[in-house]
Design a binder for this molecule. Structure first.
Ligand code: M6R
Length: 637
């Protein structure tokens, strides 16, 4: 939530204004209700802000701002405190105008701090918690009593160093009294070639360039300029000049840079010729699944997961698995539960991250937590894994973003290789998460002796067929698209599934709510008769995930459920296997998927539902990639 960008240049010709605006464009998926930029030059600070999408900010700027800027910070907002207005948009300025600050997160003690500042004579222009912070920074900077920080600021010349040290000291003093979560970036007219930042539980990465450096909520902010990134730890403050990066830990000591290489090409984060990112990402699923599966088996058919650095004796002793995630990631966990319990015979609970720690869950050192997250920055999941680790559980993160907070705070990381996902509605991350969880489940079965090597190799071989099968569905997407275009007036859609089809139904319904603004609900097919069937009336669209006919006990029950809703006037839209003609008599339309083992069917069945939602949102003229009220990465609780 909220995208933050910073750039420090050696000369104005490196164009901080454009670099920051381009970075914001790449982070706009994190929030898009208003945006702003501040530029620091020898002549002072200038800030420009606008309500709405980034295009409005670009229009407002239209070449304005100093041409000799050396540093810039920018922000694209998802409102928490105060409505999306120009005055609430970031950057916020200090009372003397000498500092400009952007913020991602929530300052929980902002009201108390604001009251104290008002008592002290301060006045506020906005309703935000952020403005409190920039006022505090100015006061701490000006206050001779602020504890000095007298280390070396890398790359700072003699003119910049004293102001940089004072700003670091002010940032450390203010961060100390803030409660809540934050990434903060500040620029000042006292040292125009400098950005000072701090983070607590909100994302921040630094990008290392040649004679220039970058900051961002994630690497997408600067990946077109550099692939060298530096992780910033919890409660660390960082001073960035064009020629150096100084990271300072909570004790005031300078810490060595933890550098890593960003391993995707910057063009993977652009739309190319696709009409929307969501279209592109749906079509990238064969690659995402294949890349997630790549190089997992050794020559003896043994699964090797180098990333899982939890000793095998601990994995053998696990007596319960808890899968944590939010939204789509949690549905990926629900899918995986069926496979992991079946293969490993360990009880698996799937829990929404946001609920987990509030119910006093039974977690011990024999619990294995699998935390699933595309962004690796979802605050609900971060807090849940912290709680689990405090109880002694080991945490394996299944994340798509290397270097993210969840990956850093877990005992092991299994990366999904879906590539950057930009559309707010998650698609390729889901199929990659499900794939990674299958691999993890098979690995546990191998380590614990539940499956022989040849059985595991067989499961992996069948899984390796998934990319081609997804492509088969994508090649036949026009049927789904045509049907979606007939549904623009639908006001409610019911999704039904049984067994692994149930979480797919939930995921399909989430896609429709999220980008089409149509009320949609997913139900376990067998549960319908216990209440929800009362919703079914003449013409009610009901989408049903039909299990393979090879699992007759499941298949027949779902056919019966389809007949129950048809008897009450429902229009039935079925997702069923190619060759399963038994469904034809009960369908208004069938979206076909290739035959596949039951446990792997979600990887296929979800695809028509994604295409359906994407096409329907397009036909309704909605913003597919940036639906209202949402943001890609939910970094507040
Ligand atoms: O980054 P994460 O995977 O942790 O995000 C979790 C959810 O916020 C996310 O899946 C959300 O539900 C999607 N927008 C759904 O399409």
């Amino acid at each position: 939530m909220c995208g933050i960008v910073g750039h420090v240049a050696n000369t104005p010709s490196q164009r901080p204004r454009e670099v920051v605006l381009d970075g914001l464009a790449r982070l706009e998926y994190r929030g898009y209700d208003s945006a702003g930029i501040a530029l620091a030059s020898g002549g002072g600070l200038e800030a420009i802000r606008a309500v709405g999408k980034l295009a409005n900010l670009r229009e407002a700027i239209d070449g304005a701002g100093p041409d000799d800027a050396l540093a810039g910070i920018g922000h694209t907002r998802w409102a928490t405190h105060g409505r999306p207005t120009v005055t609430n948009a970031h950057p916020h300025r200090s009372e003397d105008g000498a500092f400009a600050l952007v913020h991602n997160g929530i300052i929980e003690n902002a009201d108390a701090l604001r009251a104290r500042l008002i008592d002290d004579g301060a006045s506020f222009a906005s309703e935000t918690d952020t403005e409190v912070v920039v006022h505090l920074i100015q006061r701490a900077y000006d206050d001779p009593a602020t504890p000095a920080w007298d280390g070396d600021i890398a790359g700072a010349d003699e003119a910049t160093a004293p102001a940089a040290r004072r700003l670091v000291a002010a940032m450390r003093a203010v961060a100390d009294i803030l409660e809540g979560t934050f990434t903060l970036l500040v620029v000042t007219e006292h040292a125009p070639g400098l950005v000072v930042a701090a983070r607590r539980s909100s994302p921040l990465v630094v990008g290392l360039g040649e004679n220039e450096n970058f900051l961002g909520s994630d690497v997408l902010a600067f990946v077109e300029h550099t692939s060298r990134a530096v992780e910033i730890g919890q409660d660390h403050v960082v001073a960035v000049t064009a020629d150096g990066v100084t990271v300072i830990d909570p004790s005031g000591a300078v810490v060595p840079l933890k550098e890593y290489e960003v391993d995707f090409a910057s063009d993977r984060a652009t739309k190319g010729d696709w009409p929307t990112f969501m279209d592109k990402e749906i079509n990238e699923q064969p690659r995402g699944v294949a890349d997630t599966l790549a190089d997992r088996l050794d020559s003896h058919g043994h699964l090797t997961l180098d990333e899982i650095r939890i000793p095998e004796y601990i994995l053998r002793g696990v007596d319960k698995i808890v899968m944590l995630g939010c939204g789509t990631a949690s549905y990926a966990g629900q899918v995986a539960r069926y496979a992991i319990e079946h293969w490993c015979r360990i009880p698996v609970e799937v829990e929404l991250s946001s609920e987990f720690r509030y119910r006093d869950p039974v977690v011990t050192e024999k619990t294995l937590v699998i935390a699933i997250s595309q962004s690796g920055e979802t605050m609900d999941t971060i807090q849940a894994i912290r709680h689990a680790r405090e109880q002694g559980a080991r945490v394996v993160a299944v994340v798509n973003t290397p270097g993210s907070t969840i990956s850093r705070e877990s005992d092991a990381v299994l990366l999904t290789h879906a590539g950057p996902e930009i559309a707010v509605a998650s698609t390729k991350a889901f199929t990659a998460q499900v794939t990674a969880c299958y691999i993890l489940g098979l690995y546990l079965a191998q380590v614990r002796g539940n499956k022989y090597a040849e059985e595991i190799a067989d499961y992996m071989d069948k899984l390796a067929e998934a990319p081609a099968k997804i492509q088969w569905i994508l090649d036949r997407a026009e049927t789904v698209r045509q049907f979606a275009r007939t549904m623009v007036d639908a006001s409610s859609v019911i999704y039904l599934g049984r067994h692994v089809g149930f979480p797919v139904a939930l995921e399909g319904a989430l896609k429709l709510k999220e980008i089409c603004y149509i009320h949609a609900e997913g139900f376990a097919a067998g549960e319908l008769k216990h209440g929800p069937i009362a919703l079914v009336d003449d013409g009610q669209p009901v989408i049903v995930i039909v299990p393979t006919p090879r699992r007759a006990e499941l298949h027949n029950k779902v056919l019966a459920n389809i007949q129950e809703v048809r008897a009450r006037g429902a229009r039935t839209i079925l997702v069923a296997e190619e060759g399963d003609s038994s469904v034809d008599a009960f369908a208004d339309i069938v979206f076909r998927i290739p035959p596949t083992p039951t446990l792997y069917a979600p990887l296929l069945a979800v695809v028509p539902l994604q295409i359906f939602a994407c096409e329907l949102a397009t036909a309704k003229g909605l913003d597919v990639d940036q639906p209202r009220n949402l943001a890609k990465s939910v970094t507040v609780e």
